[in-house]
Design a protein around this ligand. Sequence first.
Ligand SMILES: [Mn+2]
Length: 429
Amino acid sequence: MPEPIASDQIAAANEPLRAALARDYDALGERLDRRGIAIDAIKDKVAGFSVAVPSWGVGTGGTRFARFPGPGEPRHIFDKLDDCGVIHALTRATATVSLHIPWDKADPADLLAKAQSRGLSFDAINSNTFQDQPGQPLSYKFGSLSHTDAATRAQAVEHNLECIAIGEALGSKALTVWIGDGSNFPGQSHFSRAFDRYLDAMRRVYAGLPADWRLFTEHKMFEPAFYSTVVQDWGTNYLIAAELGDKALCLVDLGHHAPNVNIEMIVARLIRFGKLGGFHFNDSKYGDDDLDTGSVDPYRLFLVFNELVDAETADAAGFHPSHMLDQSHNVTDPIESLMASAMEVQRAYASALLVDRTALAGFQDANDALMASAALKAAYRTDVEPILATARLEAGGAIDPVAAYRASGYRAKAAAERPAVAGGGGGIV
Ligand SMILES: [Mn+2]
């Protein structure tokens, strides 16, 4: 395995950048001070913010047409954890990894040992009933938790219960369920009966949750089914969470909405009713494109975080969302994309912390649309990079993670030590 990037390597990469960063941080501190904002308080909040990396994200993704693997692809979950360790060592923003079962099945003791050696722990466990596994008795071709056949539904329930058991051994505290169930032809599926079957199956999964666990259900508008999808939007997702109980919460994947949908408003609704479980971050142009977070529309990401910070500031009941990146890297080094994306999420958070909420509330009450918008823009336009970089530096990370990563030669070492294998775990989810 390639050696992890050592702290002295990171320090060496930081050295030429330290003095300029200190000046930039002081200058920004002075500007924020004029707005009544203490820069150190913002930096401390950023330092405490972490977003999970999905294990499958460190493999090269692809499309239904092709996949173009890069050099040094991780061959299995232990390689993936090595790569996740590099992302966290440099960014100090990704302390947890989210596993996908059965892709990442391994001895829990070995998984824990590897994760601990890389300073990582485990986030939500993701179940998989959207594809068939070798030797699986019953097929999910026509659905899983909502399948017309009771034995197929039971098999899907059993898989989710196994995921919970694996997660318990790893210290996870949540199960994320996304299903591909749906139909391609009008009339193919009875909408209400399919949903009833899904709810019945999910009640059995919910009954298997440990007391301190949460169950996240993830909606998706379309794909792989293109006419109807059983868990298609946030309204259906809310109904599921309300039917199942207090431990059931809605997960918002930014790519799983129709174009132009006001996602930040959905976030506000779910917060208001205590049902926001968390996020899968990515960006998109057309649908579930799984592009890098913040690469296309960073302002939308900021507006989502504006709602999150609003709830955090108001201490909204039951508000502790779980954050994960969920994107597919087709033309970049996945480690670089995941580092850049983790920083984009932190950037949106830091920017949202700068919103003058008292002034904004005043503009809203006075129906001053222009000034309300300007209050958000004033926060968004402030370059918070010195805050993010200083938080990383103080935590032992890199001022410029991508540059430090390239200087380390990690990818070339991984390529030398990881012979390419067929079907080596690249991920499109
Ligand atoms: Mn997702």
